[in-house]
Design a protein around this ligand. Sequence first.
Ligand code: UT7
Length: 326
Amino acid sequence: MLRTGISGLGISIPEKVLTNRDLEKMIETTDEWIRTRTGIVERRIVEEGQTTLDLCIEAAGNALVSAGVQPEDLDLIIVATVTPDMIFPATACLLQDRLGANKAAAFDLEAGCSGFVYALVTGAQFISTGAYKKVLVVGAETLSKITDWEDRNTCVLFGDGAGACVLEPVEKGGILGFDLGSDGAGGKFLDLPAGGSRLPASEDTVAQRLHYIRMDGNQVFKFAVKAMGKAALKALEMAGLSNEDIDLFIPHQANKRIIDAAGRKLGLPEEKVYMNLERYGNTSGASIPLALYEAVNEGKVKKGDIIVLSGFGAGLSWAAAVLEWI
Ligand code: UT7
């Protein structure tokens, strides 16, 4: 089996900033509640008319430049998202066209906030077998479009953004291990009920606000605390490593309290746990690539470092990957 490494990274962040103070004017909440219960201070929101594809194009373009790869050399594009431009065609196909990646296969992957790591591991399988040489993986979301801005339990949490990476075969390092999983019995704790085959869009579904994210925060919280650390440990085991080998843990950016608990479970000091959720909130499939990009650009990741990515989300699902940075 061949090894797979990340050869380039890119992100896209909408310009518009929505602060906790702004939210105080929209719903019954306080900056203090949001900071202490979640760690979030502000999030980015797309302009009206701006879509997930727009964010994908910018993030993917940046990743391709940083990898020195031409779009026409891509073999595969995977977009991890819960906010595709449309139910179909896949946003990955729209991206393939806009990039001019004319020989690339393309599909979307839906695994909630675990989506980027699921897509990373999926893309890596095509490289490991030798089938493909250049794979583009994007995690992109415009959660603001499916957020119920009247529901204070959820609307303070989410933000928009995108992160992308290019995968290529490497001699040494790269992805060393992973753990993917799901617990569908918990699917009811985090869903978007209408718009699919169960509840097609109707006046009634719109009136009942069923086209927005619905979440039992406490249930997801309990699941997340267990799942993130456990997935990271299993991925490390597959890599023949332990928690002591971690140089930087990059968790899904959902809630500071969940991240702190996962860091404690892995026995990590604060400086080995990366966090940027105070600036972006929870951007679902975009959160891990956004954090990875910023960690690398802040000089927190060096060649040879062991990086652990770990996420959880709708499904319920989880996904972790261990990488030796190249
Ligand atoms: O990517 C995966 C997506 N989801 C997650 O990661 C979410 C995981 N869950 C969480 O992060 C937390 O459960 C939340 C941040 C969503 C909630 O925090 P919590 O500490 O579990 O609070 P709670 O739901 O137990 O609510 C405590 C109180 C309630 O009031 P009462 O019933 O005690 O009077 C809520 O009504 O806080 C109230 N509350 C708020 N107050 C001010 C809930 N949302 C807000 C708000 N502002 N925005």
